[in-house]
Design a protein around this ligand. Structure first.
Ligand code: NAP
Length: 277
Protein backbone atom coordinates (compact mmCIF):
# COMPACT_ATOMS: atom_id res chain seq x y z
CA UNK A 1 0.00 0.00 0.00
CA UNK A 2 1.19 3.52 -0.79
CA UNK A 3 2.30 5.55 2.27
CA UNK A 4 0.92 9.04 2.69
CA UNK A 5 3.06 12.06 3.66
CA UNK A 6 2.23 15.74 3.50
CA UNK A 7 2.46 19.31 4.64
CA UNK A 8 0.22 20.96 7.23
CA UNK A 9 0.07 24.76 7.17
CA UNK A 10 -1.99 27.74 6.09
CA UNK A 11 -1.68 28.64 3.31
CA UNK A 12 0.18 25.76 1.62
CA UNK A 13 -0.62 26.24 -2.05
CA UNK A 14 2.76 27.83 -2.87
CA UNK A 15 4.80 24.99 -1.34
CA UNK A 16 7.65 23.41 -3.30
CA UNK A 17 7.78 20.39 -0.97
CA UNK A 18 5.55 18.06 -3.06
CA UNK A 19 7.86 18.61 -6.02
CA UNK A 20 10.96 17.60 -4.04
CA UNK A 21 9.48 14.69 -2.09
CA UNK A 22 7.38 13.05 -4.80
CA UNK A 23 10.31 13.07 -7.19
CA UNK A 24 12.57 11.55 -4.50
CA UNK A 25 10.01 8.84 -3.66
CA UNK A 26 9.72 7.94 -7.35
CA UNK A 27 13.48 7.85 -7.95
CA UNK A 28 14.14 5.70 -4.89
CA UNK A 29 11.22 3.38 -5.74
CA UNK A 30 9.41 4.15 -2.49
CA UNK A 31 5.63 3.66 -2.83
CA UNK A 32 4.56 6.95 -1.21
CA UNK A 33 2.90 10.24 -2.08
CA UNK A 34 3.28 13.73 -0.52
CA UNK A 35 0.14 15.91 -0.33
CA UNK A 36 -0.71 19.45 0.76
CA UNK A 37 -3.12 19.84 3.69
CA UNK A 38 -4.47 23.33 4.25
CA UNK A 39 -5.34 23.48 7.96
CA UNK A 40 -6.98 26.39 9.78
CA UNK A 41 -5.59 27.53 13.12
CA UNK A 42 -8.54 26.21 15.13
CA UNK A 43 -8.28 22.74 13.53
CA UNK A 44 -4.65 21.89 14.25
CA UNK A 45 -5.59 19.36 16.96
CA UNK A 46 -8.10 17.66 14.67
CA UNK A 47 -5.55 17.56 11.87
CA UNK A 48 -3.01 15.79 14.11
CA UNK A 49 -5.71 13.38 15.31
CA UNK A 50 -6.37 12.76 11.61
CA UNK A 51 -2.70 11.96 10.98
CA UNK A 52 -2.91 9.39 13.77
CA UNK A 53 -6.31 7.92 12.79
CA UNK A 54 -5.53 7.67 9.09
CA UNK A 55 -2.05 6.26 9.62
CA UNK A 56 -0.38 9.07 7.69
CA UNK A 57 3.32 8.16 7.77
CA UNK A 58 4.73 11.65 8.29
CA UNK A 59 4.08 15.34 7.81
CA UNK A 60 5.94 18.59 7.59
CA UNK A 61 4.52 21.53 9.49
CA UNK A 62 4.81 25.09 8.28
CA UNK A 63 3.64 28.59 9.21
CA UNK A 64 1.58 29.24 11.30
CA UNK A 65 1.39 25.84 13.04
CA UNK A 66 4.98 25.02 14.03
CA UNK A 67 4.35 25.75 17.71
CA UNK A 68 0.64 24.87 17.81
CA UNK A 69 1.16 21.18 16.90
CA UNK A 70 3.41 20.46 19.91
CA UNK A 71 0.73 19.72 22.56
CA UNK A 72 -0.85 17.12 20.27
CA UNK A 73 2.31 15.04 19.78
CA UNK A 74 3.50 12.07 21.86
CA UNK A 75 7.08 13.29 22.03
CA UNK A 76 9.45 15.86 20.55
CA UNK A 77 13.22 15.65 20.23
CA UNK A 78 15.60 17.85 22.25
CA UNK A 79 16.39 20.33 19.47
CA UNK A 80 12.71 20.93 18.65
CA UNK A 81 11.97 21.31 22.37
CA UNK A 82 14.74 23.89 22.82
CA UNK A 83 13.53 26.06 19.97
CA UNK A 84 9.86 25.41 20.71
CA UNK A 85 8.88 24.62 17.11
CA UNK A 86 8.31 21.47 15.07
CA UNK A 87 8.56 21.25 11.27
CA UNK A 88 8.60 17.47 10.85
CA UNK A 89 6.41 14.77 12.43
CA UNK A 90 7.24 11.09 12.14
CA UNK A 91 4.55 8.47 12.76
CA UNK A 92 6.48 5.76 14.59
CA UNK A 93 3.94 2.91 14.74
CA UNK A 94 1.21 5.20 16.02
CA UNK A 95 3.47 7.43 18.18
CA UNK A 96 3.79 10.90 16.69
CA UNK A 97 7.25 12.36 17.27
CA UNK A 98 8.17 15.97 16.41
CA UNK A 99 11.50 17.21 15.08
CA UNK A 100 12.79 20.43 13.60
CA UNK A 101 15.04 20.15 10.55
CA UNK A 102 15.10 23.87 9.58
CA UNK A 103 18.22 24.89 11.54
CA UNK A 104 20.13 21.62 10.97
CA UNK A 105 19.14 21.87 7.28
CA UNK A 106 20.49 25.40 7.05
CA UNK A 107 23.80 24.49 8.70
CA UNK A 108 24.29 21.41 6.53
CA UNK A 109 23.50 23.43 3.39
CA UNK A 110 26.03 26.06 4.48
CA UNK A 111 28.77 23.51 5.14
CA UNK A 112 28.17 21.46 1.99
CA UNK A 113 27.30 24.15 -0.57
CA UNK A 114 29.98 26.59 0.55
CA UNK A 115 32.46 23.81 1.41
CA UNK A 116 33.25 25.47 4.72
CA UNK A 117 34.09 24.12 8.16
CA UNK A 118 32.48 26.30 10.83
CA UNK A 119 35.15 25.64 13.48
CA UNK A 120 36.55 28.95 14.73
CA UNK A 121 34.42 31.04 12.38
CA UNK A 122 32.96 34.42 13.34
CA UNK A 123 29.33 34.52 12.23
CA UNK A 124 26.78 37.35 12.11
CA UNK A 125 23.12 36.41 12.07
CA UNK A 126 20.83 39.22 10.89
CA UNK A 127 17.27 38.87 12.19
CA UNK A 128 15.73 37.27 15.26
CA UNK A 129 12.44 35.81 13.99
CA UNK A 130 11.28 32.22 13.51
CA UNK A 131 13.86 31.41 10.83
CA UNK A 132 16.72 32.86 12.86
CA UNK A 133 15.82 30.89 15.98
CA UNK A 134 16.36 27.41 14.52
CA UNK A 135 19.52 28.52 12.72
CA UNK A 136 20.95 30.17 15.85
CA UNK A 137 20.44 27.07 18.02
CA UNK A 138 21.98 24.87 15.34
CA UNK A 139 24.97 27.20 14.96
CA UNK A 140 25.47 27.09 18.74
CA UNK A 141 26.02 23.35 18.47
CA UNK A 142 28.91 23.88 16.00
CA UNK A 143 32.44 24.93 16.94
CA UNK A 144 31.96 28.46 15.52
CA UNK A 145 33.90 31.00 17.62
CA UNK A 146 31.23 33.76 17.59
CA UNK A 147 27.59 33.83 16.60
CA UNK A 148 26.43 37.44 17.01
CA UNK A 149 22.87 38.59 16.32
CA UNK A 150 21.75 41.94 14.90
CA UNK A 151 18.07 42.82 14.63
CA UNK A 152 15.87 45.84 14.00
CA UNK A 153 14.18 45.19 17.35
CA UNK A 154 17.24 44.71 19.53
CA UNK A 155 15.23 43.23 22.45
CA UNK A 156 14.37 40.22 20.28
CA UNK A 157 18.06 39.63 19.51
CA UNK A 158 18.77 39.82 23.25
CA UNK A 159 15.98 37.33 24.02
CA UNK A 160 17.31 34.92 21.43
CA UNK A 161 20.85 35.05 22.83
CA UNK A 162 19.55 34.50 26.37
CA UNK A 163 17.19 31.66 25.44
CA UNK A 164 20.01 29.88 23.61
CA UNK A 165 22.35 30.39 26.57
CA UNK A 166 24.81 31.73 24.04
CA UNK A 167 26.05 34.61 26.19
CA UNK A 168 29.68 33.48 26.13
CA UNK A 169 29.86 33.34 22.32
CA UNK A 170 27.19 35.82 21.23
CA UNK A 171 26.70 39.57 21.35
CA UNK A 172 23.50 41.28 20.22
CA UNK A 173 23.23 44.71 18.68
CA UNK A 174 21.39 47.03 16.30
CA UNK A 175 21.59 46.87 12.50
CA UNK A 176 23.54 50.17 12.52
CA UNK A 177 26.12 48.68 14.90
CA UNK A 178 26.35 45.57 12.72
CA UNK A 179 27.11 47.75 9.68
CA UNK A 180 30.12 49.18 11.51
CA UNK A 181 31.36 45.63 12.24
CA UNK A 182 30.94 44.03 8.82
CA UNK A 183 34.69 43.45 8.38
CA UNK A 184 34.84 41.35 11.59
CA UNK A 185 32.89 38.39 10.19
CA UNK A 186 33.77 35.31 8.15
CA UNK A 187 30.11 34.50 7.49
CA UNK A 188 27.05 36.80 7.41
CA UNK A 189 23.53 35.37 7.22
CA UNK A 190 20.35 37.29 6.44
CA UNK A 191 17.33 35.68 8.07
CA UNK A 192 15.07 38.74 7.80
CA UNK A 193 12.39 39.10 5.14
CA UNK A 194 14.10 42.25 3.81
CA UNK A 195 14.72 41.82 0.07
CA UNK A 196 12.01 39.20 -0.40
CA UNK A 197 9.56 39.49 -3.27
CA UNK A 198 7.76 41.89 -3.79
CA UNK A 199 10.12 44.30 -1.91
CA UNK A 200 13.15 43.23 -3.90
CA UNK A 201 14.85 46.65 -3.77
CA UNK A 202 15.55 46.54 -0.03
CA UNK A 203 18.66 45.31 1.77
CA UNK A 204 18.98 44.21 5.40
CA UNK A 205 22.42 45.73 5.94
CA UNK A 206 24.94 47.88 4.06
CA UNK A 207 27.98 45.85 3.04
CA UNK A 208 30.50 48.67 2.96
CA UNK A 209 33.75 47.37 4.42
CA UNK A 210 33.01 43.74 3.53
CA UNK A 211 36.17 41.66 3.18
CA UNK A 212 36.43 39.82 -0.17
CA UNK A 213 36.04 36.08 0.39
CA UNK A 214 33.49 36.52 3.21
CA UNK A 215 30.58 34.11 2.92
CA UNK A 216 27.29 36.01 2.54
CA UNK A 217 24.20 33.86 2.84
CA UNK A 218 20.54 34.81 2.48
CA UNK A 219 17.75 32.41 3.47
CA UNK A 220 15.38 34.14 1.03
CA UNK A 221 14.84 32.08 -2.15
CA UNK A 222 12.36 34.35 -3.93
CA UNK A 223 14.07 36.10 -5.67
CA UNK A 224 16.80 33.51 -6.18
CA UNK A 225 19.39 36.27 -5.87
CA UNK A 226 18.45 39.13 -3.57
CA UNK A 227 19.81 42.63 -4.07
CA UNK A 228 21.95 42.03 -0.98
CA UNK A 229 23.54 38.92 -2.51
CA UNK A 230 24.17 40.79 -5.77
CA UNK A 231 25.97 43.54 -3.90
CA UNK A 232 27.94 41.01 -1.84
CA UNK A 233 29.03 39.22 -5.01
CA UNK A 234 30.12 42.52 -6.57
CA UNK A 235 32.26 43.13 -3.47
CA UNK A 236 34.01 39.77 -3.86
CA UNK A 237 31.99 37.69 -1.39
CA UNK A 238 31.08 34.01 -1.83
CA UNK A 239 27.27 33.91 -1.82
CA UNK A 240 24.54 31.40 -1.04
CA UNK A 241 20.76 31.73 -1.52
CA UNK A 242 17.89 30.18 0.46
CA UNK A 243 17.28 27.19 -1.83
CA UNK A 244 19.89 25.16 0.07
CA UNK A 245 18.07 25.56 3.40
CA UNK A 246 14.73 24.68 1.81
CA UNK A 247 16.11 21.56 0.17
CA UNK A 248 18.21 20.31 3.11
CA UNK A 249 15.42 20.73 5.67
CA UNK A 250 13.30 18.64 3.29
CA UNK A 251 16.06 16.08 2.77
CA UNK A 252 16.54 15.67 6.54
CA UNK A 253 12.76 15.17 6.97
CA UNK A 254 12.79 12.64 4.10
CA UNK A 255 15.62 10.76 5.81
CA UNK A 256 13.71 10.65 9.12
CA UNK A 257 10.64 9.24 7.34
CA UNK A 258 12.30 6.72 5.03
CA UNK A 259 15.80 6.10 6.38
CA UNK A 260 17.16 7.11 2.97
CA UNK A 261 19.08 10.21 1.89
CA UNK A 262 17.61 11.72 -1.28
CA UNK A 263 19.50 13.23 -4.20
CA UNK A 264 19.80 16.83 -2.90
CA UNK A 265 21.44 18.04 -6.08
CA UNK A 266 18.42 16.96 -8.07
CA UNK A 267 16.04 18.44 -5.48
CA UNK A 268 17.88 21.76 -5.82
CA UNK A 269 17.64 21.66 -9.61
CA UNK A 270 13.89 20.97 -9.49
CA UNK A 271 13.21 23.72 -6.96
CA UNK A 272 15.40 26.26 -8.75
CA UNK A 273 13.79 25.52 -12.13
CA UNK A 274 10.33 25.94 -10.59
CA UNK A 275 11.30 29.24 -8.94
CA UNK A 276 12.69 30.55 -12.24
CA UNK A 277 9.33 29.95 -13.93
P1 NAP B 1 9.63 36.37 11.06
O1 NAP B 1 9.58 35.40 12.18
O2 NAP B 1 8.45 37.23 10.80
O3 NAP B 1 10.91 37.34 11.31
C1 NAP B 1 11.17 38.41 10.46
C2 NAP B 1 12.51 39.02 10.77
O4 NAP B 1 12.74 40.04 9.78
C3 NAP B 1 12.60 39.72 12.12
O5 NAP B 1 13.92 39.66 12.60
C4 NAP B 1 12.23 41.16 11.75
O6 NAP B 1 12.73 42.14 12.65
C5 NAP B 1 12.93 41.31 10.42
N1 NAP B 1 12.36 42.36 9.60
C6 NAP B 1 11.15 42.35 8.94
N2 NAP B 1 10.98 43.51 8.26
C7 NAP B 1 12.08 44.27 8.48
C8 NAP B 1 12.51 45.56 8.04
N3 NAP B 1 11.74 46.28 7.23
N4 NAP B 1 13.72 46.00 8.45
C9 NAP B 1 14.51 45.24 9.26
N5 NAP B 1 14.16 44.02 9.72
C10 NAP B 1 12.97 43.54 9.32
O7 NAP B 1 9.95 35.66 9.67
P2 NAP B 1 10.73 34.28 9.41
O8 NAP B 1 9.75 33.15 9.45
O9 NAP B 1 11.92 34.23 10.29
O10 NAP B 1 11.15 34.44 7.86
C11 NAP B 1 12.09 35.43 7.46
C12 NAP B 1 12.53 35.17 6.03
O11 NAP B 1 13.17 33.91 5.91
C13 NAP B 1 11.40 35.14 5.01
O12 NAP B 1 11.84 35.83 3.86
C14 NAP B 1 11.22 33.67 4.71
O13 NAP B 1 10.75 33.43 3.41
C15 NAP B 1 12.64 33.17 4.84
N6 NAP B 1 12.71 31.74 5.20
C16 NAP B 1 13.36 30.90 4.35
C17 NAP B 1 13.47 29.58 4.66
C18 NAP B 1 14.18 28.64 3.72
O14 NAP B 1 13.95 27.42 3.80
N7 NAP B 1 15.05 29.11 2.87
C19 NAP B 1 12.93 29.07 5.86
C20 NAP B 1 12.29 29.98 6.73
C21 NAP B 1 12.19 31.31 6.39
P3 NAP B 1 11.90 42.60 13.96
O15 NAP B 1 12.15 41.56 14.99
O16 NAP B 1 12.43 43.92 14.28
O17 NAP B 1 10.43 42.64 13.53
Amino acid sequence: MESVYGLIGFPVGHSLSPLMHNDAFARLGIPARYHLFSVKREQVGEAIAGVRALGIAGVNVTIPHKMAVIPFLDDIDDHARRIGAVNTIVNENGRLVGYNTDGPGYVRALEEEMEVALDGKRILLIGAGGGARGIYFSLLSTAAERIDIANRTIEKAEQLVRSGEGEGRSAFFSLAEAERRVAEYDIMINTTSVGMHPKEDEQPLSLEGLRPGTIVSDIIYNPLETKWLKEAKARGARVQNGVGMLVYQGALAFEKWTGQWPDVKRMKQLVTAQLRR
